[in-house]
Write a protein that binds this ligand. Structure first.
Ligand code: PNS
Length: 162
């Protein structure tokens, strides 16, 4: 059985992330969308909120699970018996960081492959950072976040930091 981990901050999940999830689930038997629990980095949405939103989103897919993890990604991947890590690359500017992270993860876990997937071009400029910024200033989040989560994301960002 092929298992992949799709890790990230997902603060919050965007349509770009959702595009990658839908591409990745077709390639493997089990996909684990893994939210990094990073106590040193302040986030707009709590880990529980992020896991909750992702869980709602992936509900139609029986082969997709959502989890959170602490510490090294390769350790979590090993615990889950994962064969590969999925990362989305939107533009060339993402590549250097992603390339370095993939090589470092390979150094730590030589058998764990990183697979890069590209979302649709229309999501090239979509990022959680822009969603947070636009949402917190009352801007329109249509076409940036999944429709079924939009109201909750707008409300949460309007409330400010949690
Ligand atoms: O959505 P992001 O913030 O770009 O995701 C980054 C993430 C969570 C994939 C990365 O920071 C990560 O894997 N962190 C876990 C700690 C770790 O394994 N660090 C070594 C990376 S080479």
């Amino acid at each position: 059985m092929r298992t992949a981990i799709y890790p990230g901050s997902f603060d919050p999940v965007t349509l770009g992330h959702w595009d990658i999830i839908q591409r990745a689930e077709k390639l493997v038997d089990r996909l684990i969308v893994a939210v990094l629990h990073n106590p040193t980095k302040s986030a707009a949405f709590s880990v529980e909120e992020r896991v909750g939103m992702l869980t709602e989103l992936v509900a139609p897919f029986s082969n997709v699970q959502v989890a959170s993890f602490h510490g090294l990604l390769v350790d979590f991947a090993k615990q889950q018996g994962a064969d590969c890590i999925i990362r989305g690359v939107r533009a060339f500017s993402d590549f250097e960081y992603e390339f370095q992270m993939a090589l470092m993860n390979r150094k730590l876990a030589p058998d764990l492959e990183t697979v890069f997937l590209m979302p649709k071009e229309k999501y090239s400029a979509v990022s959680s950072r822009f969603v947070r910024e636009i949402g917190s200033m009352g801007g329109e989040l249509k076409d940036l976040v999944p429709e079924q989560l939009r109201e909750a994301i707008v409300k949460r960002l309007a409330e400010g930091q949690g």
